[in-house]
Ligand binder design. Structure first.
Ligand code: MN
Length: 203
Protein backbone atom coordinates (compact mmCIF):
# COMPACT_ATOMS: atom_id res chain seq x y z
CA UNK A 1 0.00 0.00 0.00
CA UNK A 2 1.32 3.38 -0.97
CA UNK A 3 0.88 5.89 1.85
CA UNK A 4 2.40 9.26 2.63
CA UNK A 5 3.29 9.93 6.25
CA UNK A 6 3.95 13.11 8.19
CA UNK A 7 4.92 12.57 11.83
CA UNK A 8 6.55 14.46 14.68
CA UNK A 9 7.25 13.43 18.25
CA UNK A 10 9.22 15.11 21.01
CA UNK A 11 9.66 14.93 24.77
CA UNK A 12 8.24 17.29 27.34
CA UNK A 13 10.43 20.38 27.84
CA UNK A 14 13.50 19.55 29.96
CA UNK A 15 13.37 15.81 29.25
CA UNK A 16 15.33 13.74 26.77
CA UNK A 17 13.33 10.54 27.29
CA UNK A 18 10.08 10.64 25.31
CA UNK A 19 7.11 8.72 26.73
CA UNK A 20 5.22 9.09 23.46
CA UNK A 21 5.80 6.81 20.49
CA UNK A 22 4.18 6.05 17.17
CA UNK A 23 4.37 3.39 14.55
CA UNK A 24 3.35 3.25 10.88
CA UNK A 25 3.96 -0.29 9.75
CA UNK A 26 3.24 -2.18 6.57
CA UNK A 27 1.34 -5.41 7.22
CA UNK A 28 0.51 -8.23 4.83
CA UNK A 29 -2.88 -6.76 3.97
CA UNK A 30 -2.36 -3.03 4.48
CA UNK A 31 -1.04 -0.50 6.96
CA UNK A 32 -1.19 -0.24 10.74
CA UNK A 33 -0.87 3.13 12.48
CA UNK A 34 -0.49 3.43 16.26
CA UNK A 35 0.00 6.40 18.56
CA UNK A 36 1.12 5.59 22.10
CA UNK A 37 1.43 7.74 25.23
CA UNK A 38 3.25 6.14 28.15
CA UNK A 39 1.74 7.15 31.49
CA UNK A 40 3.81 9.84 33.20
CA UNK A 41 7.01 11.28 31.77
CA UNK A 42 10.69 10.49 31.41
CA UNK A 43 12.37 7.11 31.36
CA UNK A 44 9.52 5.14 32.93
CA UNK A 45 7.08 6.34 30.32
CA UNK A 46 9.62 5.84 27.53
CA UNK A 47 10.27 2.28 28.62
CA UNK A 48 6.56 1.43 28.54
CA UNK A 49 6.10 3.03 25.12
CA UNK A 50 9.16 1.17 23.80
CA UNK A 51 7.88 -2.18 25.07
CA UNK A 52 4.53 -1.43 23.50
CA UNK A 53 6.06 -0.72 20.07
CA UNK A 54 8.19 -3.87 20.27
CA UNK A 55 5.17 -5.96 21.24
CA UNK A 56 3.14 -4.59 18.33
CA UNK A 57 5.93 -5.36 15.83
CA UNK A 58 6.32 -8.91 17.11
CA UNK A 59 2.58 -9.48 17.18
CA UNK A 60 1.76 -8.23 13.69
CA UNK A 61 4.72 -9.87 11.98
CA UNK A 62 4.17 -13.28 13.55
CA UNK A 63 0.73 -13.81 11.98
CA UNK A 64 -1.00 -13.41 8.63
CA UNK A 65 -4.10 -11.75 9.97
CA UNK A 66 -5.07 -10.24 13.28
CA UNK A 67 -7.69 -8.08 14.96
CA UNK A 68 -6.95 -4.84 16.76
CA UNK A 69 -8.63 -6.34 19.81
CA UNK A 70 -6.06 -9.14 19.85
CA UNK A 71 -3.27 -6.63 19.42
CA UNK A 72 -4.43 -4.54 22.39
CA UNK A 73 -4.67 -7.63 24.62
CA UNK A 74 -1.12 -8.62 23.67
CA UNK A 75 0.09 -5.13 24.65
CA UNK A 76 -1.90 -5.24 27.89
CA UNK A 77 -0.14 -8.47 28.86
CA UNK A 78 3.33 -7.23 27.86
CA UNK A 79 2.97 -3.98 29.82
CA UNK A 80 1.97 -5.51 33.18
CA UNK A 81 5.20 -4.50 34.94
CA UNK A 82 5.09 -0.91 33.67
CA UNK A 83 2.86 2.06 34.55
CA UNK A 84 1.04 1.39 31.30
CA UNK A 85 0.20 3.35 28.18
CA UNK A 86 -2.77 4.73 26.31
CA UNK A 87 -2.98 3.96 22.62
CA UNK A 88 -5.10 4.29 19.52
CA UNK A 89 -4.66 2.15 16.40
CA UNK A 90 -5.97 2.47 12.86
CA UNK A 91 -5.69 -0.30 10.30
CA UNK A 92 -6.24 0.31 6.59
CA UNK A 93 -6.72 -2.86 4.56
CA UNK A 94 -6.01 -3.04 0.85
CA UNK A 95 -9.13 -2.34 -1.19
CA UNK A 96 -11.39 -2.17 1.86
CA UNK A 97 -14.00 0.58 2.03
CA UNK A 98 -13.84 0.59 5.81
CA UNK A 99 -11.09 1.54 8.20
CA UNK A 100 -10.54 -0.33 11.45
CA UNK A 101 -10.06 1.48 14.75
CA UNK A 102 -9.46 0.65 18.39
CA UNK A 103 -8.45 2.97 21.20
CA UNK A 104 -7.93 2.89 24.95
CA UNK A 105 -7.37 6.18 26.77
CA UNK A 106 -6.71 9.70 25.63
CA UNK A 107 -5.38 9.65 22.07
CA UNK A 108 -7.25 11.67 19.46
CA UNK A 109 -8.06 10.14 16.07
CA UNK A 110 -9.78 11.77 13.11
CA UNK A 111 -10.62 10.35 9.72
CA UNK A 112 -11.25 13.19 7.33
CA UNK A 113 -12.71 12.62 3.89
CA UNK A 114 -16.16 13.23 2.51
CA UNK A 115 -17.28 12.67 6.08
CA UNK A 116 -15.45 13.79 9.20
CA UNK A 117 -15.21 10.89 11.58
CA UNK A 118 -14.14 11.16 15.18
CA UNK A 119 -13.62 7.66 16.60
CA UNK A 120 -14.08 7.47 20.36
CA UNK A 121 -11.71 5.44 22.53
CA UNK A 122 -12.78 3.52 25.60
CA UNK A 123 -11.37 4.51 29.00
CA UNK A 124 -8.55 2.89 30.90
CA UNK A 125 -4.83 2.26 30.75
CA UNK A 126 -3.25 -0.60 28.79
CA UNK A 127 -1.12 -2.74 31.12
CA UNK A 128 -2.96 -1.50 34.19
CA UNK A 129 -6.74 -1.47 34.10
CA UNK A 130 -7.79 -2.04 30.50
CA UNK A 131 -11.23 -3.55 30.91
CA UNK A 132 -12.36 -3.89 27.34
CA UNK A 133 -11.47 -2.81 23.86
CA UNK A 134 -13.54 -2.94 20.71
CA UNK A 135 -12.53 -2.92 17.08
CA UNK A 136 -14.77 -0.40 15.33
CA UNK A 137 -15.21 0.07 11.59
CA UNK A 138 -15.78 3.35 9.82
CA UNK A 139 -16.39 4.24 6.18
CA UNK A 140 -13.13 4.92 4.34
CA UNK A 141 -11.97 5.84 0.90
CA UNK A 142 -8.44 5.88 -0.47
CA UNK A 143 -7.24 9.48 -0.13
CA UNK A 144 -8.99 10.14 3.20
CA UNK A 145 -6.72 11.77 5.77
CA UNK A 146 -5.94 9.90 8.99
CA UNK A 147 -4.87 12.27 11.76
CA UNK A 148 -3.83 11.00 15.19
CA UNK A 149 -2.22 12.75 18.13
CA UNK A 150 -1.39 12.40 21.81
CA UNK A 151 -2.66 14.84 24.42
CA UNK A 152 0.60 16.79 24.12
CA UNK A 153 -1.25 18.33 21.17
CA UNK A 154 -4.19 20.43 22.35
CA UNK A 155 -7.54 19.10 21.21
CA UNK A 156 -10.01 21.16 19.27
CA UNK A 157 -7.98 21.79 16.14
CA UNK A 158 -10.01 24.39 14.24
CA UNK A 159 -11.98 23.17 11.25
CA UNK A 160 -10.78 26.13 9.20
CA UNK A 161 -7.15 25.17 9.83
CA UNK A 162 -7.84 21.57 8.78
CA UNK A 163 -9.60 22.82 5.65
CA UNK A 164 -6.68 25.12 4.81
CA UNK A 165 -4.13 22.37 5.31
CA UNK A 166 -6.06 19.46 3.80
CA UNK A 167 -4.46 19.57 0.36
CA UNK A 168 -0.95 20.24 1.63
CA UNK A 169 1.47 17.37 1.89
CA UNK A 170 1.37 15.23 5.00
CA UNK A 171 4.67 16.48 6.47
CA UNK A 172 3.44 20.05 6.20
CA UNK A 173 0.09 19.25 7.81
CA UNK A 174 1.85 17.54 10.74
CA UNK A 175 4.33 20.42 11.15
CA UNK A 176 1.69 23.15 11.05
CA UNK A 177 -0.59 21.46 13.58
CA UNK A 178 2.36 20.65 15.82
CA UNK A 179 3.60 24.24 15.73
CA UNK A 180 0.16 25.65 16.50
CA UNK A 181 -1.16 23.15 19.05
CA UNK A 182 1.67 21.32 20.86
CA UNK A 183 2.15 21.86 24.59
CA UNK A 184 5.66 22.04 26.07
CA UNK A 185 4.36 20.62 29.35
CA UNK A 186 3.88 17.11 27.92
CA UNK A 187 5.41 14.71 25.45
CA UNK A 188 3.76 15.44 22.12
CA UNK A 189 3.13 13.36 19.00
CA UNK A 190 1.23 13.84 15.78
CA UNK A 191 0.89 11.41 12.88
CA UNK A 192 -0.77 12.19 9.54
CA UNK A 193 -1.24 9.37 7.02
CA UNK A 194 -2.89 9.40 3.61
CA UNK A 195 -3.11 6.65 1.07
CA UNK A 196 -2.19 7.72 -2.44
CA UNK A 197 -5.16 7.56 -4.72
CA UNK A 198 -4.81 5.29 -7.73
CA UNK A 199 -3.62 1.79 -8.41
CA UNK A 200 -0.06 2.27 -7.21
CA UNK A 201 -0.03 -0.93 -5.22
CA UNK A 202 -1.46 -3.11 -8.00
CA UNK A 203 1.65 -3.24 -10.14
MN1 MN B 1 0.50 12.83 27.40
Amino acid sequence: MNVRVGALTRAKKGFTANGDAYLVEEISHGILICVIDGIGHGEHAERAATICVKTIREYIHSREDFTLTGLFYACDTALRDTDGVVMAAVMIKNGDDRVYFAGVGNITTRIIGREKIYPISTGGIIGYNMSRVREERYPYKSGDLILMHSDGIRSGIKEEILTQLYNQDEERIAEEIFREYSRETDDATIVVVRERVGNWSDS
